[in-house]
Design a protein around this ligand. Structure first.
Ligand code: FAD
Length: 267
């Protein structure tokens, strides 16, 4: 459990950012589900609950999800899950349990770029941008590759493209961290294949997506298999207590092929 010396509830994003950067050990508090596993001493915990960042807003061409929105809100949002083949709900529903998902926030789940993140993998396969207080607006794909720094994630923006998508993950046991996560999507001929829990943070398999783009609308099963093999070849995999790198590479091939098949089966 961490030790909190002070707690602040700023009224503006500007003040939240000022407090966050005032001392090295100051941190933003999301739902504290992850923070409480650590034992650090935090000088000032910056609670964002007065900033009105708990929302899912639907506009004509995009959704906005505030940083303080819970993973449970993502799971149960009818508006959000009418889109993207419902993969956002699918991606979060195996994370521990309902009470946990009521607490864990979108802002922390995205900003922290956890290697095992189910939600990050699903978002990466969609047309997603994020807004940082200091860093401004950028694509999620660019953010995922950026080095870590202190900033305040304000919201996530998902463009309402008519992507057909699939989400798959393998866990050794229910509610454990995933061994591998895969999200696949298609918009006309353009594919995105995101693979996470490698065990490092989710990454797009760019070469496999290019291979599929050349295959037209009715992608032959052979081509799906080749793309899945290429995804497993082009991405780096590592080992941890849950699986070896070699196992993850084989699993990637299988899950990506299943995801691609699911998407091509949707009309
Ligand atoms: C036991 C356990 C198992 C888990 N299993 C999974 C799993 O299987 N799959 C999965 O995807 N996730 C899993 N998670 C992660 C979980 O889904 C959340 O992502 C995590 O708990 C962080 O959410 P939180 O709101 O509790 O963050 P906190 O603990 O409050 O914060 C985590 C970090 O994010 C920072 N932060 C919070 N909000 C912001 C913001 N708006 N801007 C910038 N920085 C911010 C904090 O300063 C801190 O550094 C697990 C977590 C735990 C504790």
């Amino acid at each position: 459990m961490f030790t909190l010396l002070n707690i602040a509830q700023p009224d503006t994003q500007q003040e939240a950012y000022r407090l966050l950067t005032a001392k090295k050990s100051n941190v933003i508090l999301g739902g504290c589900a992850w923070l409480r596993l650590g034992s650090q001493t935090i000088h000032t915990g910056v609670d964002l609950s007065k900033l009105g960042l708990n929302f899912i807003k639907e506009y004509d061409t995009y959704f906005e999800i505030g940083a303080m929105t819970s993973l449970r809100d993502i799971e149960t949002s009818v508006a959000l899950n009418r889109w993207f083949s419902g993969i956002l709900a699918k991606s979060v529903q195996s994370i521990i349990g309902v009470q946990f998902r009521n607490v864990a926030t979108v802002g922390a789940s995205v900003f922290a770029r956890y290697g095992f993140s189910d939600f990050l993998t699903a978002l990466l396969a969609l047309d997603t941008e994020i807004e940082l207080y200091q860093g401004g607006r950028l694509t999620l794909a660019a953010f995922v590759d950026m080095p870590r720094n202190k900033d305040l994630l304000v919201k996530v923006i998902i463009h309402k493209t008519s992507r057909t998508a699939a989400y798959l993950a393998l866990r050794n046991s229910q509610s454990d961290f995933p061994v591998l996560t895969v999200a696949v999507s298609r918009l006309d001929g353009a594919w995105k294949i995101a693979v996470g829990a490698r065990p490092t943070r989710a990454k797009l398999a760019a070469q496999a997506a290019v291979l599929l783009a050349g295959a037209g609308r009715d992608v032959p099963p052979d081509c799906l298999r080749q793309a899945a093999e290429l995804a497993a070849e082009e991405l780096p995999f590592g080992a941890n207590m849950r699986a070896s790198a070699a196992y993850r590479r084989l699993l990637c091939q299988t899950l990506v092929q299943r995801g691609l098949t699911e998407v091509t089966a949707c009309r």
